[in-house]
Design a protein around this ligand. Structure first.
Ligand code: NAP
Length: 290
């Protein structure tokens, strides 16, 4: 299966490194014709859209760059989908679980794949939700929603690195995505050409406190940080808008026989490998920036 990965950022490169039969395009895409050119050149069996705008250094950037965010997260995926439909090529688009804020209306508080998103304020979340809303009923298109990627490879994009370097950390609990598992799940979704929405998050939920505790156990026993509430983040001027925190149920993956490891098991395994790489001073930032 030849996979064309569109988007040469963190997730795009991470997937490309894992899949032997893949090509990655870092070309700027401005039109359907740009995508058709890539499809005709590479003749992929499937496409992964890993391009998008998530804001740098963080998602608050999107508040002051709304149009760039809309173009990258809404117009671009629709453009890619249009070209893929025209060539009858399956598209897996990377969505975000950050379209849900707080508890779901269900008794267990978890959001299902087909629940309506509720991103009232945050530009990034609104642009991601708008895309899910319009792409999710197209045939031959899948949406894999991920959250707070946690990887064994140290990098500034990795949740472990973020939590271990922030002096103040919010005391919250969430559904998260272990990147090794995500890479496997994306591959299986493309093999199956699965349509619809999939929550690519590990079963169970994880507290930031649990991640930091593992970091202190395995990487740096001298690590210290202050714990604050999600509201404090905005009140103390550390963020423009409050962050999305939520629990996701991953029902649609199970329906097609795809499983992910329980989150605590996967987290411990990931931190063990992370600690090894950290000792050796390895980081994917070096790879991405050279
Ligand atoms: N990382 C996360 O925490 C996270 C969580 C949930 C969902 N996601 C989703 O996962 C996807 C990939 O995220 P990521 O973490 O890999 O982000 P990333 O590192 O910023 O990579 C995104 C890539 O897309 C490229 N891009 C933007 N507009 C483009 C265009 N018009 N044509 C071609 N390339 C374009 C960017 O290029 P430039 O930088 O040159 O503009 C960048 O290389 C995004 O859809 C994001 O919303 C990520």
């Amino acid at each position: 299966m030849l996979i064309l990965i569109i988007g040469g950022g963190y997730i795009g490169h991470r997937c490309h490194d894992a899949w032997v039969e893949s090509v990655i395009s870092t070309d700027r895409i401005n039109s359907k014709e740009d995508v058709l050119k890539l499809l005709d050149e590479h003749k992929p069996d499937v496409v992964l859209n890993a391009a998008g705008v998530r804001g740098k250094p963080n998602v608050d950037w999107c508040e002051t760059h709304q149009l760039e965010t809309i173009l990258g997260n809404t117009k671009l995926p629709i453009t890619i989908a249009e070209a893929c439909q025209e060539r009858n090529v399956y598209l897996l688009h990377i969505g975000s679980g950050c379209i849900f804020y707080g508890d779901s209306p269900h008794q267990d508080k978890k959001w299902r794949e087909n629940d309506m998103g509720n991103p009232t304020e945050v530009t990034y979340s609104r642009t991601k939700w708008a895309t899910d809303l319009v792409l999710s009923t197209l045939p031959n298109v899948g949406i894999g929603r991920i959250r707070m990627p946690i990887d064994y490879i140290p990098s500034t994009n990795n949740m472990i690195d973020k939590l271990s370097t922030f002096p103040k950390v919010i005391d919250v609990e969430n559904s998260v995505t272990i990147v090794d598992d995500m890479v496997n799940v994306f591959y299986q979704l493309m093999e199956k050409k699965a349509s619809g929405i999939f929550h690519v998050t590990n079963p169970g939920t994880l507290k930031h406190r649990e991640i930091v505790a593992l970091y202190e156990e395995m990487v740096d026993p001298n690590h210290k940080n202050e714990w604050i509430t999600n509201d404090d983040l905005v009140k103390q001027g550390l963020a423009t808008k409050g962050r999305s925190n939520n629990f996701l149920a991953s029902e649609n993956l199970a329906k097609i026989g795809i499983n992910m490891r329980e989150v605590h098991e996967a987290m411990r395994d990931t931190m063990t490998k992370y600690a090894e790489l950290k000792k050796r001073g390895e980081s994917s930032d070096k790879i991405l920036t050279c």
